[in-house]
Design a protein around this ligand. Structure first.
Ligand code: CP
Length: 296
């Protein structure tokens, strides 16, 4: 596996190896030494979880990391991303963790790297966020054992969500019992990779084992797109009462960052069923396993 560009490029075996190794790292705390490699974090969009967990994952694997400060990099003087990559490769950096708003950018950059390094998609436009999907599935398997009999709902801004895209592909690849996609008509996607789409929150979350809420991604709205936030919370926000429609042992998940009081009632973020911080914790181990898969 030269790069991690999206879930669609993964085989079942590659996905399962990443998950198995992530569980191994978490349980055994035996971390291989990959010194001799160097990793650069290039985040052209804001991030807390993904950037920091890739940095910690690299540290755990004895890989020195550079966090490029893009606000003060030479791209501000007109340098192209492709030339930035060439420059960093000349300094013997061979792992590039990239977040960018442009769909398809990483596939183009893979041609620039051309066998001299590895690219990891840390969130690309509305297209894909593969490491997030892998850590979400790890968290579900950790709590529920296996995917095959589970009913899962993804609720929210599916139209703009790279997480929803990658999750659909990974649930399809690994075989989940049932996947429901719940969104108001204005936030429904043009393309569905896998699952059943509904605008009814009650229909979508009744009896589910896992409820994954998505952030409304206002930064990706086109000029003609608007949303009444209060109305959204009234109709699609997860409240204590609505959580009761799901199974009593439902897992409540969210990739973060959470807008408390919009997609989820604030106190539910910290409730017993919430797995949000477990997702963050698992992110470090999944990202270690991704880096290992690229280097082995
Ligand atoms: N889930 C996620 O990608 O979070 P960050 O934007 O904080 O990295």
């Amino acid at each position: 596996m030269p790069h991690l560009l999206d879930i669609a490029h993964l085989t079942v075996r590659q996905a399962n190896t990443i998950l198995e190794r992530a569980f191994f790292f978490k349980k055994e705390r035996i971390f291989p030494n990959f010194s001799g490699n160097r990793l650069a974090n290039l985040f052209y969009e804001n991030s807390t979880r993904t950037r920091v967990s890739f940095e910690i994952a690299a540290q755990n694997l004895s890989i020195p990391t550079v966090n490029l400060d893009l606000a003060s990099s030479s791209e501000q003087k007109g340098e192209l991303i492709a030339d930035t990559l060439q420059t960093l490769m000349a300094m013997e950096i061979n792992l590039f963790v990239i977040r960018h708003a442009q769909n398809g950018l990483l596939a183009t950059l893979a041609e620039v790297v051309n066998g001299r390094g590895h690219l990891i998609n840390a969130g690309e436009g509305t297209h894909a966020h593969p490491s997030q999907a892998l850590l979400d599935i790890m968290t579900i398997i950790e709590k529920k054992g296996s995917l095959s009999s589970l009913k899962v709902a993804i609720v929210g801004d599916i139209a703009h969500s790279r997480v929803a895209n990658s999750l659909q592909c990974l649930f399809a690849l690994l075989g989940v019992g049932e996947l429901r996609l719940v969104a108001p008509p204005s936030l429904q996607p043009n393309t569905i990779h896998f699952g059943y789409l509904t605008a009814s929150l009650e229909e979508g979350i009744t009896d589910v084992d896992v409820l994954i809420c998505l952030r409304v991604q206002r930064e990706r709205f086109m000029a003609n797109e608007t949303l009444n936030w209060e109305d959204y919370h009234q109709r699609y926000g997860i409240t204590k009462e609505r959580l009761g429609w799901a199974k009593s042992d439902v897992m409540l998940m969210h990739p973060g960052p959470v807008n408390r009081g919009i997609e989820i009632e604030s106190e539910l973020v910290d409730c017993e069923q919430s797995s949000i911080l477990q997702q963050v914790n698992n992110g470090v181990y999944v990202r270690m396993a991704i880096i290992e898969s690229l280097l082995r």
